[in-house]
Design a protein around this ligand. Structure first.
Ligand SMILES: [Mg+2]
Length: 141
């Protein structure tokens, strides 16, 4: 799986442009995800020296990113590409619902739960539900 990870507020406490203290178990979890065969993309607003500092921070702790602010290394230097990184999962403190503990993040990825829409509802039921009900009635019905 391709996992895009934010830096400030996600791997370290948000003290941008400084690098804050590590958020508990962030590095350990990312290393375990790498060992499990996932590919990590660093997805951050940092650029230039500030970006290099973040990449180096992670590298010194054993976390190597497949790509940085890009979907893959082939995109480096290309102006003809989407600003949005292509990933299966995004880990970001600005997620709706906030950033779970890293232990929970690991369990969610391992179990595939973030990839299951309509949790607890059979896919067929969910499809029929969406078809039958209009947008507003789904919101207020
Ligand atoms: Mg952030």
């Amino acid at each position: 799986m391709i996992i895009a990870v934010d830096f400030d507020g996600t791997i370290v406490r948000h003290e941008y442009p400084r690098i804050g203290k590590e958020i508990p178990f962030a590095i350990q979890t990312l290393k375990q995800l790498m060992q499990d065969g996932h590919m990590l993309i660093l997805n951050t607003v940092r650029e230039g020296d500030l970006l290099n500092e973040a990449v180096e921070y992670c590298r010194q702790r054993g976390v190597e990113f497949y790509a940085v602010n890009a979907s893959n290394p082939d995109e480096y230097g290309s102006s003809n590409r989407s600003r949005k990184v292509n990933a299966d999962v995004f880990i970001d403190d600005h997620n709706l619902g906030g950033l779970p503990d890293w232990g929970i993040i690991y369990q969610m990825i391992k179990s595939g739960r973030p990839l299951q829409p309509y949790e607890g509802i059979e896919q067929e039921q969910a499809y029929n539900y969406k078809r039958k009900k209009g947008f507003l009635s789904r919101l207020f019905g």
